[in-house]
Structures are given as C-alpha cells and as structure tokens.
Design a protein around this ligand. Structure first.
Ligand code: ZN
Length: 105
C-alpha cells in the first residue's frame, strides 16, 4: 500500500504523447493505455491505469508540470503544446491538427 495514493507517471506506451500514428493508415489514434492523456496513475502495486476524465481538473497542475518536463527533455523551450502545434512537426504527417481535418472542404 502507498499512503500517498497513486502517482502520476508518463504513459509507458505512448511516452507522454497520448496517441500514436497508425502504421497502416497514417492516422493518429488515441493511446489505449492512457486514454489519450499521455499520463497514467501508477498505484502502490506498480500497476498503471488511465486517469479518469473526472480527475483531470484536480491533476491538471501536475500534468502540466510533467508535460513541461517532458518537452524540456525533448529540447523544447516554451509552454506545453499539443503535438500538432509544435513547429518541429509542422511539415510532417503528425503536424496536422486532427480536429480540423474534417472541417476542410
Ligand atoms: Zn499513452
């Protein structure tokens, strides 16, 4: 048992990105392991589980801190951004905003 409750760790499946690029279709898909959050709870038994959406508000500060840490480790200087907002990916498949694709005619 861990008196501190579950820790939040970077998702081991998607490494904090929260999603994958599908090898076959090239489309981005949410990571099943973390439900797209990029981070999961790890309990005292070293088991991971997705952070429920209902918890996002209460862990937002921690997630933002972890995300900044991750981006800094990647060499990114600035505030946390979604993958498609990162200039380094602008001209790649991952640089598209998946939420805007359907709006283009
Ligand atoms: Zn994940």
């Amino acid at each position: 048992m861990n008196a501190m409750g579950p820790r939040i760790i970077r998702c081991v499946s998607c490494d904090g990105f929260g999603w994958f690029e599908d090898d076959f279709s090239g489309e981005g898909e949410d990571c099943d392991w973390c439900a797209g959050a990029g981070y999961v709870y790890r309990d005292g038994n070293e088991r991971d589980r997705p952070i429920p959406q209902a918890d996002y508000a209460s862990v937002a500060d921690e997630l933002e801190r972890l995300e900044l840490e991750r981006l800094r480790a990647l060499g990114y200087q600035g505030s946390a951004r979604k993958p498609w907002q990162q200039a380094i990916r602008k001209d790649t498949q991952l640089g598209r905003d998946p939420y805007h694709d359907e709006e283009e005619s």
